[in-house]
Design a protein. Sequence first.
Length: 163
Amino acid sequence: MAEKTLDLELKVRDYECDMDHVVNNAVYLNYLEHARHEFLVQIGINFGELSRRGTSLVVTRIEADFRASLTSGDLFFVRTALKRQGRIRLQFHQSIYRQADQRLMLSALVTGTALNARGRPEFPIELEHSLALLDSMDRGAGSIVDGARVTAPDCNRIAIDSA
């Protein structure tokens, strides 16, 4: 069974570092969010379009274990995998690795859901469809995202190539 993962490559910018010259802890959450959005794009979910139609994809819980610190100029990647958890929850398993030595810098479990325009949990049809496709891939039919790598060295442009 192939796990559905997406690696998003990034580079630490000077302004993301604190007075100790390491990436500020809050910045890691931005990295994780950006990677989740890119993952959703790869499985056919347009975050902005859902929002315009009144559906909000929201984070309800983040558990993060900081292992080591990135510093200015470090190249790194965020690995993201998605699993459905019950009827109305999504869980993103995310890890940040430094490119140079493949060292694990952070691991996180991010739980979320989709809310309709009335603020009630409800998955839109395209999210249900994408999740069903991912589930069918888990049963041996292949993978939508499997092995995709997205690079965004300066967060200005994104290119997709096979890893």
